[in-house]
Design a protein around this ligand. Structure first.
Ligand SMILES: Cc1cc2nc3c(=O)[nH]c(=O)nc-3n(C[C@H](O)[C@H](O)[C@H](O)COP(=O)(O)O)c2cc1C
Length: 255
């Protein structure tokens, strides 16, 4: 299974066997993570795998999932670092899926003080992972997602690859399954928007930026699978009349 195929079977796994994973496999996970290019040039990140097989060795917080391992990502705080972190974590989650392991994002968990103190950058998020004590795969039809017509508007006729990219993006996981992404498609350009908070309409909640990065990972993994070259653009003065109360994030040009 490759990363693209993993998009269609991945699910959040919240029950794990607390058994150790072979060190070679753990090294493979870190190696994969460290080989990932950044979505935005110049951002520096670091990863750490926390061994929790002895339990309660590293993370605490709300909605914590007990798992034998946690992969944490820390980043410098340059522009778009949250989107970038989501983009990286989702590829790691897909890699774990492809390797038969379960994973689950932990948006509210915090590492304990000694772990935080050992990080060079700011802690961003954790991903629980390990051998699932439940099925780690699910068919795409079973994923609870908004219909494509709610999240994407096609302003022109588009070629099939564009629709394939949107279908992959639609399946992305998000915090509380909020699915904040919206797409307006013109010819070979996909304009990406994010739903604003209802109460703080001009400010995107930080976690939504991670969600957007997660979604962009699905979209760009699909582009790679289809051998479609893409360019990320940030256009000035773009707003959506279709998706009101949304904030423009960026555009993806299919070359
Ligand atoms: C940024 C982010 C944060 C999340 N935080 C948590 C969390 O703290 N606890 C949890 O159990 N699930 C968490 N999730 C998992 C979502 O609840 C889950 O992805 C969503 O409900 C869709 O389900 P699926 O992943 O099985 O498709 C998070 C997901 C994302 C992308």
């Amino acid at each position: 299974m490759n990363l693209y195929e993993a998009i269609f079977v991945r699910k959040s796994v919240r029950k794990y066997k607390m058994q150790a994973i072979d060190q070679t496999r753990l090294d493979g996970i870190l190696h994969f993570a460290e080989s990932l290019p950044m979505l935005f040039e110049g951002i520096s990140v670091e990863y750490k795998i926390i061994d929790n097989t002895e339990q309660n060795q590293g993370l605490s917080g709300a909605f914590l999932v007990k798992a034998p391992y946690y992969l944490i990502i820390a980043s410098d705080t340059s522009q778009n670092y949250k989107i970038n972190s989501g983009y990286l974590l989702q590829q790691i989650s897909l890699y774990l899926t492809a390797k038969g392991l379960g994973s689950c994002y932990l948006g509210s968990a915090k590492p304990k003080k000694d772990i935080l103190a050992g990080l060079q950058h700011e802690y961003v998020m954790a991903l629980a992972f390990g051998e699932g004590d439940q099925e780690v795969y699910r068919t795409a039809e079973k994923a609870k997602r908004l219909p494509e017509s709610d999240i994407a508007v096609y302003k022109t006729e588009v070629k099939k690859p564009v629709r394939t990219l949107i279908k992959a993006a639609r399946l992305a996981p998000s915090s509380m399954n909020s699915q904040p992404w919206r797409f307006v498609v013109y010819n070979n350009r996909i304009h990406v928007f994010c739903k604003k908070n209802i109460f703080l309409s001009s400010v995107l909640s930080e976690i939504k930026l991670i969600d957007i990065g997660v979604c962009l990972a699905n979209l760009l993994v699909a582009a790679e699978e289809l051998w479609v070259d893409v360019q990320l653009l940030r256009l000035d003065n773009i707003s959506s009349t279709v998706f009101k109360k949304n904030e423009y994030i960026l555009s993806i040009k299919l070359c």
